[in-house]
Design a protein around this ligand. Structure first.
Ligand code: IPM
Ligand code: MN
Length: 358
């Protein structure tokens, strides 16, 4: 197979973790007799510097032309006081919207050799294997109207800001169907997370998810309030199989999930729609350690594995990467965030170790 992949390293540690992931991809594709063509594009703060825009048209065009896109990270501290519409993050949101990748899969797994890396008690974390299915192109992230009204006349006393949470039946049903399908391939349990005691959006969410649930009688459906879910994720994470939730709740809960996996650097993600796939680690651009060859590339490497599986159907190849990651973890060949007993490896050394373990 010949794979056409767009690389979007982006900002901060994005470039470092993406190049480690590319090394692993190349080693895997070579081993299994595939060929690959890469194109590269700009996104985020780096793109603002070079083109004035967080998502240049050229990048969007390349993403629609490629079979799949592997993204690093976006975000730079110099834009901290910039309005959301001109920030690096907007580039990623527009990319997700433009590619129509409405389903973001964020698996959270407690790797046996990383149990000690989690601050939670071992018995809570051991055996955790859950999948967060986050709605990715709706809700507060995209809803209009939105804005800030500055009350300059009164020295800011009347400043006001507003966002809109907004979900349609179509948006809820398509992500719900996707989540139920994944639950069917796993332990057949789905927790839909919402807040209908406060939000109308969640009332519609619960109604539609319940209706879709009737199409999947073999999957057990439960509903849970988002605050309860936040607590259950650290009290009893093993109770979860698939967690289905809206965009903002999913953003927050997946960072909490990172605690179970030992480090946010471990978490991969796959963003899927009807056509295209976008693959990105869950972590951000980590400007504090950028350029130091210290960042954990395993989230990016896991995202590359997910790309092989979901965009290309290369299940064996993806499994080979995950098995190699497991070996490297067992051997303690990890970056500093995972607090190894010996000397921590660099980003590129981890990339090389995984490639060799293949
Ligand atoms: C994530 C990130 C993004 C999000 C940011 C960078 C826009 O936090 O992928 O979880 O909020 O979706
Ligand atoms: Mn996030």
């Amino acid at each position: 197979m010949n794979l056409k992949i767009l690389l979007l390293p982006g900002d901060g540690i994005g470039a470092e973790v993406t190049s480690a992931a590319v090394e692993v991809l190349n080693a895997t594709l070579k081993k299994f007799g595939h060929t690959v063509e890469y194109t590269e594009g700009l996104i985020g703060g780096t793109a603002i510097h070079k083109t004035g825009k967080p998502l240049p048209e050229d990048t969007m065009k390349k993403a629609l032309a490629a079979d799949a896109t592997l993204m690093g990270a976006v975000g730079l501290p110099e834009f901290d006081n910039t309005p959301p519409s001109q920030r690096p993050e907007r580039g990623l949101l527009d990319l997700r919207g433009g590619m129509e990748v409405f389903a973001n899969l964020r698996p959270v797994k407690a790797w046996p050799s990383l149990i000690e890396s989690s601050p939670l008690k071992n018995h809570l974390v051991e055996g955790v294997d859950l999948l967060i299915v986050r709605e990715l192109t709706g809700g507060l992230y995209f809803g209009t109207p939105r804005g800030i009204v500055w009350d300059t006349e009164h020295g800011g006393a009347g400043d006001r800001a507003y966002n809109t949470m907004n979900y349609s039946r179509l948006e809820i049903s398509r992500i719900a169907r996707m989540a139920f399908k994944f639950a069917r391939q796993r332990r057949k349990h789905l927790t839909s997370v919402d807040k209908p005691n406060v939000l109308e959006c969640s009332q519609l969410w619960r109604k539609v998810v319940t209706e879709i649930g009737a199409e999947f009688p073999d999957v057990e459906l439960e509903h849970m309030l988002v605050d309860t879910c936040a607590m259950q994720l650290v009290l009893n994470p093993k109770r979860f199989d698939v967690i289905l939730t809206e965009n903002m709740f999913g953003d927050i809960l997946s960072d909490e999930g990172a605690v179970l996996a030992g480090s946010i650097g471990m978490l991969p993600s796959a963003s899927l729609g009807e056509k295209k796939g976008l693959y990105e680690p869950v972590h951000g651009s980590a400007p504090d350690i950028a350029g130091q060859n210290k960042a954990n590339p395993l989230g990016a490497i896991g995202s590359a594995a997910a790309m092989l599986e979901y965009s290309f159907g290369l299940v064996k190849e993806a499994a080979a990467i995950n098995a190699a990651v497991s070996k490297v973890l067992d051997a303690g060949q990890v970056t500093a965030d995972l607090k190894p007993k010996g000397k921590p490896l660099t980003t590129s050394e981890v990339g090389k170790a995984v490639s060799e373990a293949l």
